[in-house]
Design a protein around this ligand. Structure first.
Ligand code: TRP
Length: 336
């Protein structure tokens, strides 16, 4: 029965705890999809190593943190398989074969990689492992023959590259071994930082973490950037580029209320403090049960490790079957 369900593979680099941007961009979708699909969730520690040389402890420490975020957000280990990338060597093996099907210049043209190279000031000194991580990501996805990948929109170039590799592999061996996949984006794909920067990110210090305390949430909402020209309550205000409205777009459940608030704000007469109070209430209601579940799991690390160990064993079984097929298709099955 479960084999009829679509297969999902997705995950996150383990460089820090997850925040509301992750929640809106992909985590919320994953929590819903786990009922309809067979979902594998990858703790991407190997990928995180590619740009954290010398900071490997940050990567390994955050494996548990991200696992706690998944469990806290409502990922149910009976429905989803959570596993650790570095503990599935079959993924590294598959990466090795896929690497022959892509050129260095194609990797350099990947828009996500290009942007990350710029952000990290690598210039020409790009670690080879970093440059090829889209191929390792393609291995993550194809090892599970996943057809759906819930991700934020910054990951779309990775999906495109994965599908190129799938087509290239299948045409090279003349058989349909690997499966193409589709990105599944959430309705609101990107949340700005609370400071108005385009992206919420831990390193920019503009994020609200899933484990944030009630007080942290309130302070973050109060710090949010609105319309700098909305000086008096009666002034007309601008909704576009207003961080509080970007958040209400993601978290206000009542669409009519949201439209009325926007109209009122544009006309003038609606105070920022009223909007912020409403947003704070929504965020508190959303994150309180998340924080409680996070604390419960954090108090039982042994149980979290059991979940990860069992998930990783299951993931290895699936990935090793695909690697077997890939190697056989390439004639790398001398002893069978
Ligand atoms: N690149 C993703 C990130 O930056 C993590 C990741 C690794 C991933 N492998 C994946 C996401 C496969 C989706 C599918 O967080």
């Amino acid at each position: 029965m479960s084999t009829a369900k679509p297969i999902i593979l997705t995950g996150d680099r383990t460089t820090g705890p997850l925040h509301l941007g992750h929640y809106v961009g992909s985590l919320r979708t994953r929590v819903e999809l786990q009922h309809k699909a067979q979902q594998f969730l990858l703790l991407a520690d190997t990928q995180a190593m590619t740009d954290n040389v010398g900071h490997h402890q940050k990567v390994t420490d955050n494996v548990v943190e991200v696992a706690l975020d998944y469990l806290a957000a409502g990922i149910d280990p009976r429905l989803s398989t959570i596993f650790v990338q570095s503990q599935v060597p079959e993924l590294a093996e598959l990466t090795q074969y896929l690497l022959n099907l892509v050129t260095v210049s194609r990797l350099e043209r990947n828009p996500t990689i290009k942007e990350e190279i710029r952000l990290r000031d690598f210039e020409r000194d790009i670690p080879a492992g970093f440059l090829m991580y889209p191929v390792s990501q393609a291995a993550d996805i194809t090892a599970f023959k996943a057809s759906m990948v819930p991700v934020g929109d910054d990951q779309l170039p990775m999906i495109e590259q994965t599908n190129e590799l799938v087509r290239k592999f299948n045409s090279t061996v003349g058989d349909q071994i690997l499966v193409e996949c589709e990105a599944v984006l959430s309705a609101v794909t990107r949340l700005p930082g609370i400071d108005g920067k385009a992206k919420m990110s831990k390193s920019l210090n503009n994020a609200i973490h899933l484990g944030a305390s009630a007080d942290d949430i309130k302070k973050a909402v109060n710090r949010m950037y609105t319309d700098p020209n909305h000086l008096r309550v009666d002034d007309p205000g601008q909704v576009e580029g207003n961080v509080v409205f970007a958040f209400l777009d993601a978290f206000e459940p009542d669409a009519t209320v949201l439209d009325d608030l926007k109209a009122h704000y544009r006309r003038g007469g609606l105070a920022d403090s009223i909007l912020k109070r409403r947003l704070n209430e929504h965020l508190q209601a959303l994150l309180e049960p998340v924080r409680q579940r996070r604390e419960q799991f954090a108090a039982d690390r042994g149980e979290v490790m059991n979940i990860l160990r069992q998930g990783t064993e299951k993931a290895r079984l699936v990935a090793s079957q695909t690697v077997y097929e890939v190697k056989a298709a390439l004639g790398l099955n001398y002893f069978n």
